[in-house]
Design a protein around this ligand. Structure first.
Ligand code: FAD
Length: 392
């Protein structure tokens, strides 16, 4: 057994850390406080910079302009980015993973050639739109409908929370492809360019945290797309394509949680050493020191679970999907505890806008909610345990 990262992983981690610290970290606070227009400009710029260091192409195959690294590499790099700016992590992930992964895994050769090189270079920004006002955890409840007409599809519906909505050039839109009573439900993912007639991007939405990540809803009204728009070209595969994407996505959300956890640790530890009360560094009070112990333990365990799941994917272990659920469940709940502990170390001065820990506290809450809530992860893990149980 070996817990050491390989020399390649360590080199990548250091290169990403140095770059993010130099180019992205200083912009995080400004991004958080920016107006919708400023936010879009800064994020476009940030994504372009990430392409220069190869971050956007980490999961994209070499023939399509990426570097096709393993999941462990993607996790160690993602942790470093989330540590300095969670909004930039989320926006980059929406384009380079949520949009690009399904194209790479299920797209036709022509779809891969059309989209992936531009995503890796940061010339195009992508987004995935599946949630609707009446459908989130329950993706089969989507009302957005794509109907077959002549040699294409006519799409009607609404998507309500889409990261990169305001800046994306193309969207992957999840829609049902059959609406007849008695039919088995059938779904598709459709590649739709922003300027397609009938597609309208809504106003920028304000969120509790991740304020730097541009978010908007979509409205599709008689939006006509060609046959080429259907991901993979075969109807009926959209749900399994989306499920696999979200399953692997749990890994990157876990890396995000660990990165935010590191940021909390660093800030809280510095504060615990610098702040003096009753003539003592507050970290020397057991109540504060023990918070640092709990934070460190939670985060280190979370990183181990995340890398274990990443390693399992890289080694094609059948348990990889469940391990990714365990990692997301643990790291997201751990992060909520860690951010809460960090805020308590700062107390009143942390609660004030602009304190730094206040931004991370707001950003942190996202991970328990996103793409398979903690409740849903428990449902998935419990089902897997019950299904595989065999009496001795
Ligand atoms: C900042 C942000 C960015 C987002 N970005 C995107 C994006 O880019 N694209 C996109 O399509 N969506 C996006 N989303 C939406 C996100 O994926 C959904 O919010 C998430 O999947 C949860 O769905 P919901 O909010 O509809 O909650 P619901 O599904 O309504 O769930 C509400 C509560 O009920 C619980 N619940 C539901 N079903 C069960 C069950 N079977 N068992 C136990 N408990 C259950 C949930 O755990 C939760 O606590 C984003 C959301 C946020 C906040």
């Amino acid at each position: 057994m070996d817990f050491e990262l390989s020399s390649n992983h360590k080199e990548l981690q250091q290169r990403m850390r140095d770059f993010f610290q130099k180019e992205i970290a200083a912009r995080a606070a400004r991004l958080d406080a920016s107006s919708p227009q400023e936010r879009q400009d800064i994020m476009r710029d940030n994504l372009k910079m990430l392409s220069q260091v190869g971050y956007l192409g980490l999961g994209i195959e070499k023939e399509y302009g990426g570097s096709a690294t393993d999941f462990v590499s993607q996790c160690v790099s993602g942790e470093e980015l989330a540590r300095v700016c969670a909004s930039t992590f989320v926006s980059a992930r929406a384009s380079a993973f949520l949009f690009a992964y399904p194209i790479q895994s299920f797209g036709t050769d022509s779809q891969k050639k059309t989209f992936l090189p531009d995503i890796a270079k940061g010339n195009k920004i992508g987004a995935l739109a599946y949630s609707e006002p009446e459908a989130g955890s329950d993706m089969e409840a989507v009302q957005c409908i794509a109907e077959r007409k002549n040699n294409g599809w006519v799409i009607n519906g609404t998507k309500d929370i889409v990261v990169n909505g305001p800046i994306a050039g193309s969207f992957l839109v999840f829609a049902r492809t059959s609406n007849n009573a008695g039919d088995m439900p059938s779904f598709g993912l459709f590649l739709i360019d922003r300027d397609t007639p009938g597609l309208e991007v809504g106003e920028s939405l304000e969120t509790l945290g991740l304020k730097g990540a541009p978010v908007a809803g979509l409205n599709l009204k008689d939006c006509l797309v060609s046959d080429e728009a259907l991901l993979g070209g075969r109807p009926g595969e959209g749900k399994s394509q989306l499920e696999e994407t979200l399953e692997k996505g749990r890994l990157s959300l876990s890396a995000m949680a660990v990165g935010l956890g590191v940021a909390c640790m660093e800030m809280a530890t510095e504060r615990a050493k610098k702040r003096v009360a009753f003539g003592k560094q507050i970290g020397r009070f057991q109540e504060i020191g023990f918070k640092l112990s709990d934070m460190f333990t939670d985060n280190d365990l979370g990183r181990m679970l995340t890398l274990r799941a990443a390693w399992a994917y890289d080694n094609k272990e059948p348990e990889a999907g469940i391990l990714a659920s365990c990692a997301k469940l643990f790291t997201s709940e751990a992060l909520t505890r860690i951010a809460n502990n960090a805020m308590q170390v700062f107390a009143g001065h942390g609660y004030v806008r602009g304190s730094g820990i206040e931004r991370i506290f707001r950003d942190a809450r996202f991970v328990e909610i996103a793409e398979g809530t903690t409740e849903l992860q428990r449902v998935i893990i419990a089902k897997s345990e019950l299904d595989k149980y065999q009496p001795h």
